[in-house]
Design a protein around this ligand. Structure first.
Ligand code: 48F
Length: 224
């Protein structure tokens, strides 16, 4: 009964986040902290996306100076590598994101796949939806395919992720973080995939900044 109460409380949301990767969890934290009703849905048993694996499965993450304030917000231990880069343990970092998001008031549902099934699905209402599904950008693909609409990209369609460019990828993922269709926002690798910007390298700062940016955009809109 406690579980069903929790589910019922989350059927009508301010923000529904699809995908529990680092960008989406960061968004969940800042949205919940701003007092919005937010739930996040991940299809896996363990939300956290690719962040558990760190850079190339060497289980540390690298973050640039510009994103260090987010690491501090989450109380993650870090080590300075040079004058611009910092290193953290990827397991501690992912666990901290999840823990802090839930403590701030976000609800995280694991084992939930957001998809178009042939059986009538569970419907969840939300004022805004965030596509944080990573490389597949599943929400954007589904909305575009089913409704014949134009997304806010150069072609109006999901363009698809470009080849790796470590430096450009970091900036472009933040630039591509936006309202892609009225009420539908995109962050993280999904933002790169939708807008056709380069794949990122082993640096995670852009991901974290993307999550913060999408939260700020939605807070500004819903609080207005
Ligand atoms: O890809 P992912 O880790 O999300 P992200 O926030 O971060 C990307 C980085 O981890 C990494 C990088 C690139 O160099 O920095 O790749 O963009 O995690 C996406 C999450 O979404 C879930 C999936 O299980 C994963 O945990 N997911 C994907 N599609 C669905 C979904 C779906 N349809 N329903 C529910 N969950």
């Amino acid at each position: 009964s406690t579980y069903f109460d929790k589910l019922e409380r989350n059927l009508d949301l301010d923000v529904a986040i699809v995908g529990g990767g680092p960008s989406g969890i960061v968004a969940a934290y800042y949205l919940a902290k701003a007092g919005l009703k937010v739930a996040q849905f991940d299809r896996k048993l363990s939300p956290g996306g690719g962040m558990w694996g760190g850079a190339m499965m060497f289980n540390q993450i690298v973050v640039q100076e510009e994103a260090l304030h987010i690491i501090k917000d989450f109380d993650i231990n870090y080590e300075q590598y040079d004058d611009k880069l910092y290193v953290m343990d990827s397991v501690e970092s992912t666990a901290a994101l999840l823990y802090k998001a839930v403590h701030a008031g976000a609800t995280i549902f694991n084992c939930y796949s957001v998809e178009g099934m042939h059986v009538d699905p569970l419907n969840i209402m939300a004022k805004c939806v965030i596509d944080g599904t990573g490389h597949d950008s599943e929400m954007c693909c589904t909305v575009a395919r089913k409704n014949g609409i134009r997304l806010a990209t150069d072609t109006g369609a999901v363009i698809g992720e470009r080849s790796l460019d470590v430096v450009a990828g970091e900036e472009e993922v933040v630039n591509g973080t936006k309202e892609i269709y009225p009420g539908l926002y995109v962050c993280g690798m999904a933002a790169s995939a939708v807008s056709g910007t380069p794949r990122m390298g082993p640096i995670f700062g852009g991901m974290l900044l993307s999550g913060k940016k999408v939260a700020d955009l939605i807070i500004e809109r819903l609080k207005r």
